[in-house]
Design a protein around this ligand. Sequence first.
Ligand code: NAP
Length: 309
Amino acid sequence: MTKDYDFIIIGAGPAGMTAAVYASRAGMKTALLEAGAPGGKLLKTHKISNWPGIKEEPGSQLAMDMFEHSTSFGAVYEYGNVTEIRDGERKQVLCEDGTIFTAPAVLVATGTKERLLNIPGEQEHIGKGISYCAVCDGAFFRDKETAVIGGGNSALEEAVYLTQFASKVYLIMRRDVFRAEKAVIDTVLSNPKIELLQNYIPLQVLDNEGRVGGLEISHTKSGETKVLPVSGIFPYIGADPITGFLKDLPVLDKQGYMVVNSNMETAVPLLFGAGDVCQKELRQVVTAASDGAIAAQTAFRKLQESGFF
Ligand code: NAP
């Protein structure tokens, strides 16, 4: 089946949803393609406190509000797990189920996917004590000891979130340098339920009757090892861009992030990138939204200049 649009947005996170608002308000026949639920990383974030105008609200609430807004001017929400984009006068967006979406302009706003620890015991305990989403699964660990791995904003924020359920949260960092904002670091350091273990790396996940029974860690300098009696493990060690379907187009850097200019244009005319999937310094909801607005506006202007409208 083929479906034709003026503008196809791949990914319904903050970047894609903002682009949908701008594109549909400009009058473009817009598709918002998503393979999961709308909201992107917002759905996995307990609270957002840096979206201007709203001091603090659950990420899921902001996701829902953005989604309602994104389709309120006519953008069509479509299901699609994209496997390839073919360039041409009308670009073709090929999906796993055989559907082909076509449009002269396409925006990729697929974000990033959490990195795995790649240690023994991880794969077989995913969903059995290992989770990459504290907001989704934290409540299963009421009065239990848990471990969070990482020293960035995600690890620290989710460690704090987990303390409302867990009896104790070990925060394991491979260095003694945080990558997080000072406000979050201060909150972590003042939380009596969080034990900070710096200069440790996870070695293996231990089993207890098919579920996580502990985590063996090793000191990076002394080599000392110890076992933490945790039943929940939450790795937050960064993320990789979701761009596998772009590998044949000249739009990625060595790490797989999209390379865009200040108008969110790639080296392929009328193929845009926005949000966390792009090579950038500051990955935030607000910067993703900004990217989406710029991409949609540029797409509209370029199509107008080319006589498409
Ligand atoms: P991140 O900032 O890249 O931090 C990843 C952390 O994991 C680092 O501490 C890193 O250690 C550690 N790490 C990486 N590989 C590891 C391994 N194999 N074993 C053990 N530790 C490992 O990732 P993030 O926290 O997911 O954040 C991603 C982006 O989203 C960032 O730009 C962040 O600022 C943004 N973000 C913002 C907010 C907010 O503003 N509220 C919230 C969440 C995320 P090293 O430092 O040693 O490399």
